[in-house]
Design a protein around this ligand. Sequence first.
Ligand code: FDP
Length: 298
Amino acid sequence: MTNLESFLKERAPADISALLLTIAGTSFLVRRALPFTTKLTRGVNPSGETQAEIDVYANEIFASSLIATGVVGEVASEEMAEPRKGRGKIHVAMDPLDGSSNISTNNPLGSIFGFYSSALPASGEHLVASAYVTYGPLLTLTYTTGGGVHTFVAVEGREGNPFILMEENATIPEKPEVFGLGGQRKDWIEPVERFVSSLESRGMKLRYGGTFVGDFNQVLHYGGIFGYPALKNKPRGKLRTLYEAAPMALIAKQAGGYASDGSRDVLSILPDALAATTPLYLGSSGLVREVEALISGH
Ligand code: FDP
């Protein structure tokens, strides 16, 4: 069985390896804390969302463990107004706990990390690696450093290096099977509504769980499209470019897919603020290009 440490040794730079191993180790602690930290706090994050105890805990433990590696220049987080500074060169943007509305219902949760080579906010063209964790039936770490997408699964009780290789070089299947779009149908911009009607008539299955990480993970394995679209009253969508959209766009691209905001590659967007949002359509290249053409009219 190949473990994460030995796999990274041959394939990833030392600084990124240190960060991925730290995230893997810390995700265990987040997973263990989950049953005891399900309540809401009185605080709100910079996007105005009420924070849950586990949001605050995951933010603190990931931020401090990443800074402690010594290779991080700053950690910016969906849960903090200001980045936390370190002395290294990698700029980390994270959503420490993705899918907070799933906490109380015991549905899947995730964590998302983008590793940028320049100060934040930066466009996804400066991403050198990205990763996501799933807290579902399995605790997994999926990452790319630009050489394909690889997933490791935590084996409880295994001493030393509990994350073992589950899937190497994941690719989004050619034939798309599932789709999931956030927001309410009545609020979708018209081209998105038309696109989804067309997916339904093709027999594709609706799969929407309310966690970006979990919903993307289905698209990665079944093929299809996930989106949080431009809404009539919220043209910039809901998902944050720096913390969520761009890191996952890199993973989609490395798995043979594509991510668009409706008119351009999500990786090319330079957010005008740390918490700036973007409409997002990502998954199988053909489908994403199709919705992009409908929205941008070419
Ligand atoms: P949540 O607000 O629960 O944290 O990150 C934002 C996010 O979850 C995504 O994980 C998810 O895809 C989306 O928002 C869900 O939004 P809706 O509740 O509007 O469906």
